[in-house]
Design a protein around this ligand. Sequence first.
Ligand code: PEP
Length: 245
Amino acid sequence: MKSPIVAANWKMNLTIEEGLDLVKQVLDGSSSDGSEIIFFPPSIALSAIGGVLKNTDYKVGIQNIHHEKSGAYTGEISAEMVKFLYVQYAIIGHSERRQYFFETDAQINGKIKSALSANLCPVVCVGESLPERQSGKTNEILKKQLMSALKDIDNISDRLVIAYEPVWAIGTGKSADLNQVYDAHNFINEILQSRFKNHTPILYGGSVKAENASELCQIKNVDGFLIGGASLQSESFCQIIKNVT
Ligand code: PEP
């Protein structure tokens, strides 16, 4: 495994001031040695947080981008706009975006292309819902989401991260079990290996906490975590970073 990735998805939480406090506490309470730590704050805080992190090894990313570079898309932000804010990553296709904002596979594909052309690294989320898992369709869904997300994308030159996030495990306190994570990551890795020459990092996301991070990160093809709830407190986030590294 290259350096494990520990990514904090704050979602629509924390004011700019609260975010700056949290980042300061994480910088004081953790070491980025041997790992890639990325904060995904709400867009309004990117400039302030990017400013604090730009002289450190910690990274910052945006939670969503529009697929066009510019235009009449009220309320949207493009990859081209944020690359000047020390932003290096973009979460694309999070299940909350798919569910609440009706993002389609085609839009997700466009966003990935847009991120890549602005030199951002897309963190592409895929994952099945509970009914899909219960009806034995997990692999079918993962394959469909991956193939359409990566349609016509051949040259990623080491700038792609996939996050396996079973929808039923996000924010529920119920993480996928070790076998479920092993199987899904193995399956995703096979698809990615057949598309790209280099190993593409695959993160697990879904109720990761300090208590389960050590076990989960030992699973083959788990290259780190995308963390929601537990990234909002410095103690739990720093403990996860320690457990992973
Ligand atoms: C997420 O939103 O990407 C996530 C994994 O959330 P949580 O850690 O709270 O389940």
